[in-house]
Design a protein around this ligand. Sequence first.
Ligand code: ADP
Ligand code: MG
Length: 242
Amino acid sequence: MIDIRNVSKWYGPFQVLTDCSATVKKGEVVVVCGPSGSGKSTLIKTVNALEPFQKGDIVVDGTSIADSKTNLPKLRSRVGMVFQHFELFPHLTVRENLTLAQVKVLARGKEEAQVRGLKMLDRVGLMAHKDKYPGQLSGGQQQRVAIARALSMDPIVMLFDEPTSALDPEMVGEVLDVMVKLAGEGMTMMCVTHEMGFARKVSHRIIFMDEGKIVEDCSRDDFFGRPEARVPRAKEFLSKIL
Ligand code: ADP
Ligand code: MG
């Protein structure tokens, strides 16, 4: 579903990604972790064509991002993205937040978009809040709405960039529960997260990044089961967060 091929990226003279390669198969859940500043957000944004790169290619469901003929907005509309900060429109109700992009980007009728949006809202357990404004919801609820909004677009894959790291601790669980449910339903997911309980429970593979490079890409069982086999940076990182 996602094939990252030898991607390198620079911000001016600073190389932020160095020869990154990885794949995410259909139905697979891949967790990306690593120290702050290692390039995790940049990598995940390149998959969504939100960040350009200078070398390599990323093929999403058969469509090449580097190919100048590719319709990037169309590709982007099929890749769901959930950020650390929920980025809901504060002046729109939950229901309006859920329908806007469907109408604008997918050209769905209002009625159809509402039905779809509310179905996804139900899936994240927030139907009762459909007419509230984001400011009337807790951080965890807002993040669940952001997930429902992404799901309303019928994504072929979901990308998450530290979706729980801006939340108060007591709200982390409700967001992870939604992600666990999604994974269980077979959604293809690439998740930047340091929630190792989540990684242990649902991920198939774990990618560890350091200084712009993918320094490890291994099965969950290897990652957690054989800590002694990890590269030194990953071992050190794991010992700090586990
Ligand atoms: P992570 O998500 O792993 O913390 P990021 O992908 O956000 O890492 O950042 C990787 C590196 O790129 C960091 O050193 C960061 O300072 C740098 N960086 C990120 N965005 C920009 C930018 N727009 N311009 C210049 N440098 C950037
Ligand atoms: Mg980041």
